[in-house]
Design a protein around this ligand. Structure first.
Ligand SMILES: *Cc1c(COP(=O)(O)O)cnc(C)c1O
Length: 445
């Protein structure tokens, strides 16, 4: 376990004076385009605690956006990275390769859904993985069009901005965007016009009709879908939707790309959220939780698809950097040894009854959703008025921060409160965090 004390401690205002001074330096040195959700400056972190420069110890309900699933500076990650950084730091895999890249590729080929022959390519970020999955799909199919969904988030590069649904802050005045990207309605039970039951029945039909009418199946290289959407609001599609879409893709010679950058690596209680949907994607993108905090991403998929690309067609200077690979091997070993998929299911069992009890008291909680340690509540005005309540969401978020709980919001309408605790956080910390959330909620409504 980490040597960071696993206890909350708030001894100054949040942010404290030292953080405030650093934030003033930030304003003078860092582009205003890079903003900070909770400007406490972190000095150390481990397990479920972040220690700031003012000596406060904050409970982490965000994992740096689903990255430090194994905990910050997890022992096996630190050990492997320390060794690797002493052995060598970089050669570029495309110039003179090294074994750690192969170890990660083999692990991804084994852990991702399906027991078919697979190949992997490694990159630096989730956006880069998604871009490369699209490149591979276009190359393999000889088709151009890519279909993404309402509320999708796939990154901030030009192509992935085009795939991402939300304008502010991701796309506003950053166009023109990459072409041949089409958007389909998302299976969103809570906001489906006819209600959740109709959503399961109708959302697939609407998708099929719309792609047929507006794009044409024969033009589509790939459909890109997050099996549980992340930034767009932790939207869990109606049961069966993901599988129907994947099967329809197969029937039409279209590649199904599961973007599991946020939902992968034990986060949802399985290694990948696709497993719960009983789906074997043609291609799957991974990043975030893969390497315990170091930048690494992967595209893993059918060998015939991944091997269709000419030599030199995929790569990048840093893709699959040896230190990031060492970190991934340490993170994956931790997930296996400590059965973190089971731990994510325990987190769900701890959180959901508490959230349900809160929802019974407060009609502003319109929906509770997610799986494992990827959970959210969607806030609305009240019963019968599902208007998104972004003001309340922001107020609860700020109240949590003031008490030393690091929380995140999300959603196209900014009204979703999400929970992404590290799986190394103890039940005691998680329970204390939930107590703070409840109080913050009661104080904000
Ligand atoms: C975060 C995220 C990305 C982008 O990853 P970066 O590493 O920030 O480029 C892509 N897809 C999903 C589903 C994500 O959550």
């Amino acid at each position: 376990m980490s040597n960071v004390p696993q206890q909350r401690l708030v001894q100054t205002a949040i942010p404290g004076p030292k953080s405030a001074a650093l934030q003033a330096r930030k304003a003078a040195a860092v582009s205003a385009g890079v903003s900070t959700g909770l400007p406490v400056y972190v000095e150390r972190a481990g397990g479920g605690i972040l220690v700031d420069v003012d000596g406060n110890q904050l409970i982490d309900f965000g994992s740096g956006i689903a990255v430090t699933t194994v905990g910050n500076s997890a022992p096996r990650v630190v050990e492997r990275v320390t060794q690797q950084v002493q052995d060598f730091t970089h050669t570029c895999f495309m110039v003179t390769p090294y074994e750690e890249y192969l170890d990660v590729a083999e692990a991804l080929n084994e852990l991702t859904p399906g027991d078919h022959e697979k190949r992997t390519a490694l990159f630096n970020s989730g956006a880069e993985a998604v871009e490369n999955a699209v490149k591979v799909a276009r190359h393999y199919t000889g088709r151009n069009a890519v279909v993404a969904f309402d509320h999708a988030y796939h990154g901030r590069t030009n192509l992935t901005m085009a795939l991402t649904a939300k304008n502010m802050p991701y796309k506003h005045r950053f166009g023109p965007f990459a072409g041949e990207v089409y958007r389909a309605p998302m299976s969103y039970p809570f906001r489906w016009p006819g209600g959740p039951a109709d959503c399961a029945k109708e959302s697939f039909d609407v998708f099929v009709q719309q792609v047929h009418a507006q794009v044409g199946e024969d033009n589509v290289a790939a459909v890109v879908l997050e099996p549980i959407q992340g930034e767009g609001g932790f939207i869990v599609p109606a049961p069966g939707f993901v599988k129907q879409v994947a099967e329809w893709c197969t029937d039409n010679g279209i590649l199904f790309i599961a973007d599991e950058v946020q939902s992968g690596f034990c986060r949802t209680g399985d290694w990948f959220a696709s497993e719960h949907e009983d789906v074997v994607p043609d291609l799957i993108t991974t990043a975030k939780g893969i390497a315990g905090g170091l930048p690494l991403a992967g595209v893993t998929g059918r060998a015939d698809v991944m091997d269709s690309v000419h030599g030199g067609g995929l790569g990048g200077t840093y893709g699959g950097n040896p230190i990031a690979c060492a970190a991934a091997l340490g993170a994956i070993e931790t997930m296996k040894e400590e059965d973190l998929c089971a731990r994510a299911r325990q987190v769900e069992a701890l959180f959901v009854p508490r959230l349900q009890a809160l929802a019974e008291r407060y009609p502003q909680i319109g929906d509770i959703r997610g799986r494992g340690a990827m959970l959210a509540v969607e806030l609305v005005n009240g019963p019968g008025d599902l208007t998104p309540n972004a003001a309340l969401t922001g107020a609860v978020n700020r109240a949590c921060h003031a008490e030393g709980l690091v929380t995140l919001t999300c959603g196209t309408y900014g009204n979703v409160f999400r929970f992404l605790p590290p799986l190394a956080a103890s039940d005691e910390l998680l329970t204390e965090g939930l107590d703070i959330f409840e109080k913050a909620f009661a104080a904000s409504v």
